[in-house]
Design a protein around this ligand. Structure first.
Ligand SMILES: [Zn+2]
Length: 91
């Protein structure tokens, strides 16, 4: 059986929505670091099927939930900005 953490979907989706407005590096390395940071701050939500995945999506998009995700992303951005792991040459 394969489990999926739907929180990954939410965080990736949210970051894509707001990244253009963020004052931070948008390279793959930094994006992944921001997502990992946010995921570590948020409680995971596991589902075992695609159906569960769709249901979880509909069921959890309350505004408080969205605020929690945004807060975790902003914290991740601040951390990554301070200490980026990408190679300077790639900038
Ligand atoms: Zn970067």
């Amino acid at each position: 059986m394969k489990f999926q953490n739907v929180m990954e979907d939410y965080v990736t989706q949210k970051l894509d929505e707001i990244i253009d407005n963020l004052d931070c590096c948008k390279c793959d390395q930094c994006r992944e670091d921001i997502i990992s940071y946010a995921l570590n701050r948020l409680a995971p939500k596991y589902v075992s099927t695609e159906k569960g995945r769709a249901f979880a999506k509909v069921n959890t998009m309350s505004s408080q939930f969205e605020v929690d995700i945004l807060t975790a992303i902003y914290e991740g951005v601040a951390v990554v900005k301070k200490n980026p792991r990408h190679k300077k040459a790639a900038e």
